[in-house]
Design a protein around this ligand. Structure first.
Ligand code: ZN
Length: 208
């Protein structure tokens, strides 16, 4: 932990090198997308996308699970999604699953989670795919985690204010899958119902 503390203490020195850039952030935020992914420490949205401060609004949950829409029982996750869409007006929402996901692994294996009841109860929110596809096999198998991502996309479509924007062509949903062992980002292509690598295009330099 100490290296992290030391870095945080010295971070101010980095902002001093670009005072205008940081001062502009105080004026407000207009993120390009809502990025929903797992809490896993190996998945870093800004690293994957090259996003700079102010460009990604993030929701991180165990297993990148989107809870069911329930206006009677608001959750922190629902509040984050609602704020991103209704207030910040994001027009793109990414759900990014990943390989070697502990949560998906627990679901696939049917692990006994008695010792972690909050995790156990949270994972009950994992929604099955509408086509009835069941995830099985080894948790490292990409199919299980990728099906899980698509289930969260379907869950988002059940949020009324998201459905309205989708129907009006004002919102786009993106299903991504990140291979933590290769650094490859795959995107779901609906026509083929498969995840494929993003085609290489010129990109801006990653933030320092
Ligand atoms: Zn995970």
């Amino acid at each position: 932990m100490q290296p992290l503390i030391d870095y945080a203490r010295s971070f101010r020195q980095q902002t001093a090198a670009r005072p205008e850039a940081f001062a502009r952030l105080a004026e407000g935020q207009a993120p390009q997308a809502l990025f929903i992914t797992c809490s896993d420490s190996r998945v870093i949205p800004s690293l994957i996308t090259g996003a700079r401060p102010g460009e990604l609004f993030e929701l991180r949950t165990a297993g990148n699970i989107v809870p069911p829409y329930d206006p009677e029982q608001p959750t922190g996750e629902a509040a984050t999604i609602e704020y991103a869409v209704e207030i910040l007006g994001v027009r793109d929402v990414v759900v990014c699953g990943h390989s070697h996901c502990g949560a998906v692994g627990a679901l696939v294996r049917g692990d006994d989670l008695t010792a972690v009841p909050a995790v156990r109860d949270w994972l009950t929110h994992a929604a099955p795919r509408a086509d009835g596809t069941k995830a099985d096999g080894d948790p490292a198998i990409a199919d299980a985690a990728q099906s899980h991502v698509l289930a969260q996309i379907l869950r988002l479509r059940s949020y009324p204010y998201l459905a309205r924007r989708l129907d009006a062509g004002q919102l786009r949903l993106h299903a991504w899958f990140y291979e933590i062992h290769t650094g490859t980002v795959l995107a779901h292509r609906p026509p083929a119902d498969t995840f494929v690598a993003h085609p290489a295009r010129p990109v801006r330099a990653a933030p320092p």
